[in-house]
Design a protein around this ligand. Structure first.
Ligand SMILES: *Cc1c(COP(=O)(O)O)cnc(C)c1O
Length: 383
């Protein structure tokens, strides 16, 4: 039975784009008999991602959130432990830890690059050490595909022996200092292949790291924590978190397109910045002076007094024209779900939320579609 086609009338924020080889990859996997159990495709996808990102190993998972959950488990997060994250992120960064009974503490981001403030982190860690309550893990985020300052974060955490788990879910193809791939330098890092990310498997994630023992433990937990025995033997409980062959086949087909996808998303960003960046009251996230963002999403900052309209007015004008845009992440310290969580700062993130609007950034967006977004945005301002 044929499915109806997705209506093309609306311009989405970040729709998936096909490479064109997905069907061949799927057909090869299915015809070789690997619908189930998981066959060679997930292992090949793991190897490809490890090679591309420079990590020693990888565990393919059913989602990025599942990979985060496995990371929290293998890093030994216990009920009552603190888990520190920037307040400016997606809820999935901390959700699994909170579900495990951990207490999140939210730290502010820098105005420059919108990622975890390493100086604030160092101060807060010293204070926590004096309190005798260091976090179990610090979880910086590569926001919208822009790398956090992992070297500085690592240095601050290293002083106290606190491991770093990098949420690089949206940062496939992004580079940090010295051209190292997003996440490199962290004990563990996580990528997502959700449908809205820069390359996708239709859904899925990856846990990467350099310690084979940690990854082996994560892999075991992802497969219901089975001990080596003919019968089912369990010393603890796990999950069904492995990636299916079907998703891995799609992911394998998408991966070679990553460099072109990064180039295209950066071009989309550059086009917005050139067309709108000089308008009074409009600005964009700067690259921090090192690294190379994948520009997963372009985020415009709308200063209402200077521009003549606030970000909600702009969002509504775009929506009326069938164009999806979305406010920047609402900071987690402002979320009702975390009203009791301790925090350090948060004013920078709160201002970014007030003014930040994610614009359509898909790699398949046509120049004509982007020109329409730009025209509507221009029309909202005074000029
Ligand atoms: C997409 C995303 C996730 C979650 O990944 P899923 O594969 O959707 O579970 C986590 N953190 C950030 C920053 C993300 O952008």
């Amino acid at each position: 039975m044929p499915f109806p086609q997705r209506p093309p009338s609306r311009l989405p924020l970040s729709p998936p784009q096909l490479v064109g080889t997905e069907l061949d990859s799927l057909r090869a996997t299915l015809e070789a008999g690997w619908l189930a159990p998981a066959g060679p495709a997930p292992a090949a996808f793991e190897e490809a991602v490890a090679a591309l990102t420079g990590f020693a190993g990888a565990v393919a998972t059913s989602s990025g959130t599942a990979a985060l959950h496995l990371a929290y488990r293998v890093l030994g997060v216990q009920p009552g432990d603190e888990v520190w994250a920037p307040c400016m992120t997606f809820v999935a960064t901390v959700a699994p830890a909170v579900q495990m009974g951990a207490v999140p503490r939210f730290l502010d981001v820098t105005e420059r690059g919108w990622t975890l403030d390493p100086d604030l982190l160092a101060e807060e860690l010293s204070r926590a050490a004096r309190r005798g309550r260091l976090p179990r893990v610090v979880v910086p985020v590569d926001l919208y595909g822009q790398c956090c300052d992992l070297a500085a974060i690592h240095a601050a955490c290293g002083r106290w022996g606190v491991p770093v788990l990098c949420d690089s879910a949206a940062a496939m193809g992004a580079e940090g200092r010295e051209g190292r791939h997003a996440g490199r330098g962290a004990r563990l890092a996580v990528f997502s292949f959700n449908g809205n990310k820069i390359v996708t498997a239709g859904g899925g994630g990856m846990l990467v790291g350099d310690d084979p023992a940690l990854l082996a433990r994560a892999r075991q937990l992802a497969g219901q924590a089975k001990e080596p025995a003919a019968h089912y033997e369990h010393e603890t409980t796990g999950y069904t978190y492995g990636m299916s062959s079907v998703l891995a086949a799609v992911g394998l087909a998408q991966l070679p397109a990553l460099p072109a996808r990064v180039a295209r998303r950066r071009e989309v960003f550059a086009t917005y910045a050139a067309a709108l960046g000089a308008l009074p009251g409009i600005s964009f996230i700067a690259e921090p002076g090192w690294g190379r963002a994948n520009r997963w999403l372009t985020v415009a900052q709308v200063a209402p007094a200077a521009f003549g309209a606030d970000r909600e007015a702009v969002r509504r004008a775009l929506e009326a024209a069938g164009i999806e845009s979305r406010p920047a992440w609402k900071p987690l310290h402002l979320q009702p779900a975390f009203r009791d969580a301790p925090q350090a700062g948060g004013a920078v993130a709160a201002a970014l939320f007030e003014r930040g609007l994610c614009l359509p950034s898909g790699s398949g967006m046509s120049p004509a579609e982007q020109a329409r977004v730009i025209d509507i945005l221009r029309g909202c301002g005074r000029g």
